[in-house]
Structure formats: structure tokens, C-alpha cells
Write a protein that binds this ligand. Structure first.
Ligand code: GDP
Length: 324
């Protein structure tokens, strides 16, 4: 199968305060994404008022980090935020629907906490490869080896007996705050020996599969989430699964009720660092936002008007709030 070697889609999963925002900031910074003069203190993923009020991240959004691979080619890493809390039914599933792997970020002192469990269970059920990032290894109260052990135990707890091969995941040790990572466990409370996050980038490129697609397949773009723009109205966030989606193209809108309508998009946007920017076209694996279909909803498919092929609707497990 052909693959998009220039692309990786990964979800980031962490308990609140384990350092998700700091890590994504550092990855952006090291990819040169912040323009001179831009306020780097600006929080990357916690931009919405509700999120700020609650101090937690609710809506899955993506940040596109560009990275130069060891072979000199440029790779876009789309990082999808997933909520740290399990009580926003469906957000987790929607986030995981867009990706080919998961970065599980765990605080080197606190260890894996209950909120991580729900998301991890979902990721394992979808058989997504995992990269474990032990963050804050510089903390004076870090207990790195124990926390790795606790995370393995959590996996064992969530996995069936015949699934333990999943335990074979890479571990990266990081100080997001210092923007440094290493593949060998540092001493508790010390900085990783590498000067930057290169070991993390390399591990993502290596362990998270690039999107695959079928040569000559018709367009299929899956609506996995919604957003709104004051200028463009409802935005449908889609992962292009097969084929190419172009700006101003007539597409078949395969609706949840089984009906199909031919519609025209008014805008096609892709993410550049933190911003949505207009794009001419998007290929398999790309994550896009489209405007112009006011009633479009999650689980629906945009396809070829001459041969519409809907993807399965997304099923959502409503988690209970009192999860432990
Ligand atoms: P989020 O809720 O997961 O997005 O966590 P944040 O990125 O907001 O980080 C929570 C707190 O942990 C902040 O005070 C960060 O400065 C701190 N923090 C993040 N990464 C590190 C790290 O590598 N080392 C230390 N010592 N503190 C960190």
C-alpha cells in the first residue's frame, strides 16, 4: 500500500498538568514555528474561554509541527489534543478517529492517573501504537523507574492475555520545560542528556505509522469533529481517508440518515502550526477543516458525487463521570 511518508497523525493523551501544553509548545518552538515577536507565553492548546475557566482542555484540536527527518525530508506531525477528562462524551473517540498512534505523556513524579485510563483503554481497543513519554524527569521528586513500571501495570490491567505484545512500546524521557528528551532513563531529577527534543521526534517518525491509502480510490473524507468560525460558520474537521479533496470541488455529502446530496465547499483549510490556513487540495491522511455545509455532522462522509462511498458512522461510548 502506498504511504504518506511526509505525514504523521498522533493524539496526545495526558492527565491535566502532566505537561501536554508545555511539550507541544517546545515541539513547535524547535520546529521554528513561532515567528519573531510572537508571544511564546501564549498557551498553545488552551485557547478557548471555557477551557481557560476550567483550566483543562476540552475540545480536540490539532497543531501541525513540521520536522526535518534524518534523511533530510520534511514531515508534518499533526498533534491532536484529547481531553484529559473522560466526562465529555465522544471527544476522545473523535480525537482517536483521526490518528495512527498516541503519545502518552506521564509525569515522572505523579505516575499514571485515573483520567489517563479511559483514553488509554480506547486507544488500545483501536490497536493504536503508543509512545510513552515520561515527562518532568528533572523534578527533584521524580521516580522514573517506578513510574514506567506503574504504566506497564496499567497497560497489563487494560489488556487481554493475548494482547501483551502491545507492551513493546518505546519510552522517551523528557523535560518538556527544558525542551529536552532522551531514550535512556536519566537519573531522577536530572535533565535528559540530549540538548533538544530530537529523540522524541525520531521516535514519533519511527513508531507511529504514516497514513496509508489506495491508489486510484475515490474521495472519502470522514467528519470526525466540528468547530465554528465567526466568518465561515460551521467547520467540519475531517480526515481525508482516500483520494483528494480540492477547494471549490463538488462533493457527495453522505449523511447520517443514509441520504446523499451533492454540495460545494466554500472553504478548505489546513493547519500550519496553530493557525488554520486556506489550502488548494488535501490528500489521504491530511486533516482538514471544511466550510460551506451548515448541517454537516460528525460521522458523515464527503465522497465522490459519481461514486459516493460513505465510511462507517463513529460510535461513541458515553463514559460515566465517576470513573476511577
Ligand atoms: P497540561 O495541563 O498537561 O497542558 O500541563 P502544562 O503544560 O500546563 O504544565 C503543567 C505544569 O507543569 C506547568 O507549571 C509547567 O511549567 C510544568 N512542567 C511542564 N513540563 C515540565 C517539565 O518537564 N519539568 C518540570 N519541572 N515542570 C514541567
Amino acid at each position: 500500500m502506498p504511504t504518506r511518508t511526509d505525514l504523521r497523525n498522533v493524539a496526545i493523551v495526558a492527565h491535566v498538568d502532566h505537561g501536554k501544553t508545555t511539550l507541544v509548545d517546545a515541539m513547535l518552538w524547535q520546529s521554528g514555528a513561532f515567528r519573531v515577536g510572537q508571544d511564546v507565553e501564549k498557551r498553545v492548546m488552551d485557547s478557548m474561554d471555557l477551557e481557560r475557566e476550567k483550566g483543562i482542555t476540552i475540545l480536540a484540536k490539532n497543531t501541525a509541527v513540521r520536522h526535518r527527518a534524518a534523511d533530510g525530508s520534511d514531515v508534518t506531525i499533526n498533534i491532536i489534543d484529547t481531553p484529559g477528562h473522560a466526562d465529555f462524551g465522544g471527544e476522545v473517540e473523535r480525537g482517536l478517529e483521526m490518528v495512527d498512534g498516541v503519545l502518552l505523556l506521564v509525569d515522572a513524579s505523579e505516575g499514571p492517573l485515573p483520567q489517563t485510563r479511559f483514553v488509554l483503554r480506547k486507544a488500545l481497543a483501536k490497536q493504536l501504537p503508543i509512545v510513552l513519554v515520561i515527562n518532568k524527569v528533572d523534578r527533584h521528586d521524580a521516580r522514573i523507574a517506578e513510574v514506567v513500571e506503574e504504566t506497564y501495570e496499567l497497560f497489563l490491567d487494560l489488556l487481554e492475555d493475548d494482547e501483551t505484545h502491545v507492551l513493546d512500546f518505546p519510552v522517551v524521557y523528557a523535560s518538556a520545560k527544558a525542551g529536552r528528551a532522551t531514550l535512556t532513563a536519566p537519573d531522577n531529577g536530572t535533565q535528559p542528556d540530549s540538548p533538544d527534543l530530537e529523540p522524541l521526534f525520531a521516535t514519533i517518525l519511527d513508531a507511529i505509522p504514516a497514513p496509508t491509502y489506495t491508489e486510484g480510490a475515490v474521495l472519502q473524507a470522514h467528519v470526525t469533529n466540528l468547530d465554528a468560525s465567526p466568518y465561515l460558520g460551521r467547520l467540519a474537521l475531517c480526515r481525508v481517508v482516500e483520494g483528494t479533496l480540492t477547494r471549490n470541488q463538488a462533493v457527495a455529502w453522505c449523511r447520517a440518515d443514509g441520504s446523499v446530496r451533492t454540495v460545494k465547499l466554500s472553504e478548505l483549510l489546513m493547519t500550519d502550526a496553530l493557525e488554520r490556513v486556506p489550502a488548494d487540495s488535501a490528500g489521504p491522511g491530511d486533516i482538514v477543516a471544511i466550510a460551506g455545509i451548515p448541517d454537516i455532522t460528525i460521522g458523515e462522509t464527503l465522497s465522490d458525487p459519481n461514486d459516493p462511498k460513505p465510511l462507517p458512522l463513529i460510535t461513541v461510548d458515553e463514559p460515566s463521570i465517576s470513573m476511577t
